[in-house]
Ligand binder design. Structure first.
Ligand code: BG6
Length: 288
């Protein structure tokens, strides 16, 4: 949270639910920087993250749109994470004490210079006592159908990535991006990382669990709608060293579990809107 406190107030939107539960969103990319759940930080944010309003922020939850991965028309993972978003609904409490806030992004000269589509994105966060929900609505204002991919690039914090387990992906096919895009089948019930991981699991169930996150005594239950893929990523030693905005040893304290729609592009028709959601519930147990 120290990093977040030192940022200009005009860049950061705080959702504060009280009792040590809050979230901080940077308008650059509408990047969720921090989520404190009853005093515990759930997300990883690199000590070397750059806040220059140009580069994507290394950590939290950057939002990938309209393209996941290297892109022939523009920056890796698209432009949504490097554009300044508009605060659409300032944080406000509902009758249950939950805090809602929403952000929006529309096509402009910059986005159309690389990708000539007319769109509007509305990204809504709802902060509950032990749960955070994310909704991304993609509206097409274009005259023709177009395709895109999208993903929420969630960086979880962990005291020891080798003990953090991802549960719920057994028997699924995955594309192993660090192994020539080989398509393999997951055999393990609990996936533990011990090297550079960059895998796209497809046809995922709507609920998976990430055990031993935050201070190591919590689990996260991820529930998704319209996000059939899960990307597991950790750069490990060598790739960590090659990243200028990531500490050499920080790979030990993070795991990216990214809900997305990336295996197959999604087609959207003129005037149509499509909603993608993720909710993360924190359980006070390692759940292993
Ligand atoms: C993951 C990709 O989602 O993001 C990886 O699967 C990529 O291939 C990683 O290295 C980080 O990307 P970036 O652009 O934030 O460095």
């Amino acid at each position: 949270m120290d990093v977040v406190q030192n940022l200009p107030q005009s860049d950061v939107v705080i959702l504060d639910r009280g009792d040590g539960t809050s979230a901080a969103v940077h308008l650059h990319g509408a990047t969720l920087l921090s989520w404190q759940c009853q005093g515990k930080e759930i997300l990883f944010l690199s000590q070397n993250a750059v806040f220059d309003h140009k580069k994507a922020i290394r950590g939290g939850v950057p939002l990938v749109f309209p393209h996941f991965g290297p892109w022939q028309h523009g920056p890796q993972h698209g432009f949504a994470r490097i554009k300044r978003w508009k605060l659409e609904i300032p944080p406000s409490k509902d009758k249950h004490g939950n805090v809602i806030s929403a952000f929006s992004l529309e096509d402009d000269e910059f986005t159309r210079s690389s990708w000539e589509k007319r769109f509007r994105l509305v990204y809504t966060l709802v902060l509950q006592e032990k749960e955070l929900s994310f909704s991304l609505v993609v509206h097409s204002n274009d005259q023709n159908p177009f395709e895109f991919t999208t993903l929420l690039h969630t960086y979880f914090r962990t005291p020891d990535v080798t003990r953090t387990a991802v549960i719920g992906l057994q028997q699924l096919k995955y594309t192993d991006k660090v192994n020539n895009d080989q398509v393999l089948e997951e055999t393990r019930e609990a996936i533990l990382l011990s090297e550079n991981y960059d895998r796209i699991y497809s046809n995922c169930p709507p609920e998976i669990v990430v055990g031993r996150i935050a201070d190591g005594n919590c689990s996260a239950v991820l529930r998704t709608l319209n996000f059939p893929d899960i990307v597991l990523w950790n750069p490990w030693t060598e790739k960590a060293k090659a990243m200028s905005d990531f500490g050499d040893e920080e790979y030990k304290n993070m795991i990216c579990v990214e809900a997305g729609n990336v295996s197959q592009p999604i087609k959207i028709d003129p005037g149509q809107q499509i909603e993608f959601t993720q909710s993360i519930q924190i359980l006070p147990a390692p759940s292993l």
